[in-house]
Design a protein around this ligand. Structure first.
Ligand code: NDP
Length: 296
């Protein structure tokens, strides 16, 4: 009886997961601004949005990389779409207002999706409380957290008009503290707190802006893999399968278009631990730690 019940339950869950009710037409003609789009997941987001018929403006610091991404977007989309970029360093919070204004004017004055994805590139390391450790706090919190809040804040009136969406690219490290990236984890936890609160306020104000938080596991971007290898985490790379940046980007777009509250990807790699974290903290910590290697 119990076995039958579990089999039916599993069937229902798998069935639900396999139903793809994403309609790509919902993205066509939409105006999208993507941060951190010169490489990695952000770059792939730009390609998928272009292919799906959206107007795309991207930002990051390296202009040559942004130009290359835009050229490829042009090949993937149609002549009628807009593709452009704004060069910006998100450590400069005062510049975020003009960055957003420039992006919106390139998009013809309307914004439908704000996709917050950039992160500062950090070497993995043990937090010993050294002056180097402490010197990272402001930079990481500025770029990974505060600039997200600033950009979202500047975008709110525009998104309110368009009934648009904010997509926040976060991490398993923002749900479950991870070793060797403590300050990165802290910045991602902060995103969950801020955007969780903002989401509630928007509902209370009957404001039709959706916020999708994307909780990602291991994704095989060049920077992520190099960071792990650089800190001797070969065991982690052997034990976990890194998802493809392109598939991840597509799932982010899909979840944003469906106005999903929170998405986990790859789901089976991270969701069970997040679910069990508060019930069995020691066991979950142990399982999580199991994939890491402490190099002396
Ligand atoms: P990448 O390192 O490949 O890309 C980071 C992007 O951010 C680049 O475009 C970079 O461009 C930009 N960037 C870096 N510093 C700044 C800055 N100061 N100002 C503006 N832009 C900046 O990252 P991923 O693609 O791997 O990750 C993308 C997102 O996914 C992040 O939010 C990350 O936390 C999340 N994630 C990734 C995982 C993974 O395994 N890859 C796992 C979990 C979450 P430029 O240098 O030109 O400025």
């Amino acid at each position: 009886m119990v076995k039958k019940f579990l089999a039916v339950l599993l069937g229902l869950v798998l069935g639900y997961m396999l139903i793809d009710d994403f309609n790509p037409e919902t993205v066509k003609g939409r105006n999208v601004f993507i941060t951190g789009a010169s490489t990695g997941i952000g770059e792939q987001l730009a390609y998928h949005y272009a292919r799906l018929g959206a107007n795309v403006v991207i930002t990051a610091r390296r202009e040559n990389k942004l130009k290359e991404v835009i050229e490829k977007c042009k090949e993937l989309g149609t002549k009628e779409q807009t593709y452009d970029y704004v060069v910006a360093d998100m450590i400069d919070l005062n510049a975020t207002g003009s960055v957003l204004q420039k992006a919106i004017s390139k998009l013809g004055g309307r914004l439908d999706y704000l996709v917050l994805n950039h992160i500062i590139l950090l070497d993995l390391g043990v937090w010993t409380g050294s002056s180097h450790n402490l010197s990272l706090i402001d930079k990481v919190i500025n770029v990974n957290f505060q600039s997200y809040v600033y950009l979202a804040s500047h975008a709110l009136p525009h998104l309110e008009k368009s009934k648009g969406s904010i997509i926040v690219v976060s991490s398993f490290a923002g749900k479950f503290g991870q070793p060797f990236v403590s300050i990165y984890s802290a910045s991602k936890f902060a995103l969950d707190g801020f955007f969780g609160g903002l989401r509630q306020e928007l509902k209370l104000r009957n404001c039709d802006i959706s916020i999708t938080t994307c909780v990602l596991g291991l994704i095989g971007t060049e920077n992520a893999i190099n960071q792990l290898l650089g800190f001797g985490q070969n065991q982690l790379l052997n034990m976990l399968t890194a998802a493809s940046p392109s598939d991840t980007a597509f799932q982010i777009i899909r979840s944003g278009a469906k106005r999903v509250r929170q998405m986990y990807y790859p789901m089976l790699q991270i969701y069970p631990l997040v679910l069990m974290r508060d019930w069995f903290p020691e066991t979950c910590d142990f399982l999580n730690r199991y994939v890491y290697t402490l190099n002396s």
